[in-house]
Design a protein around this ligand. Structure first.
Ligand code: AMP
Length: 182
């Protein structure tokens, strides 16, 4: 199969010329934070995603406020979803996301603990992929309004491979409290 190579440059967010992404894939990333100024954490992460190698942010959802799940005695979360165009493989993208989490002070004390930044690969093209430490689509995404609503805001026709229509999944999560921030 012939791949289209993008050779032209484009103007990045800082105004400099940066190379376009060759052989791009489409990935959707879930962002979440509930520590150390969560709105600023998520905004900073959106910029950091755009700065990853072979990657640009195509669009970002609004920010949403959600109640914690699992471990309830912690602050509300700020969530968003970003659509990326990337030349990174799923594993390379995950490694880059884990590095960004660390840069923003992420620690892992226990499951569902409060966090400065959580970055998840939700979707990567129409891939279904299982390997040690990486499952795509993200295995809980179809159960979480704080993922589905921002995803549908920027990609209303999204399908979750192996699950089905994202809008139908969101309808099943209607009872989950979620506030869109203006
Ligand atoms: P957490 O930060 O608590 O959401 O868990 C992160 C861990 O989940 C990472 O170390 C990954 O190895 C694993 N993981 C499995 N699938 C995914 C995915 N689709 N996106 C992000 N992390 C994933």
């Amino acid at each position: 199969m012939k791949h289209v190579q993008h050779v032209a440059g484009e103007v990045g967010p800082t105004g400099g010329l940066r190379p376009a992404v060759s052989r791009p894939h489409t990935a959707f990333i879930g962002l979440g934070s509930n520590l150390a100024d969560p709105v600023a954490q998520v905004s900073r992460a959106q910029e950091a995603l755009d700065g990853l190698a072979q990657t640009r942010v195509v669009r970002c959802s609004s920010l949403y406020r959600s109640a914690p799940v699992g471990y309830l005695a912690q602050p509300d979360f700020i969530n968003a979803v970003a659509q990326l165009e990337t030349g990174l493989s799923p594993r390379a993208l995950l490694d880059a996301l884990l590095a960004l989490e660390l840069e923003q002070g992420r620690t892992r004390e226990f499951c569902n603990a409060p966090r400065t930044l959580d970055l998840d690969i939700l979707l990567y093209d129409d891939l279904i992929h299982h390997e040690h430490g990486l499952t795509i689509p993200h295995p809980q995404m179809h159960l979480r309004a704080f993922v589905l609503q921002p995803l549908l805001e920027i990609a209303p026709d999204s399908d979750i491979p192996g699950v089905g229509n994202a809008a139908a999944a969101a309808a099943q999560c209607r009872d989950q409290q979620l506030q869109r921030l203006v």
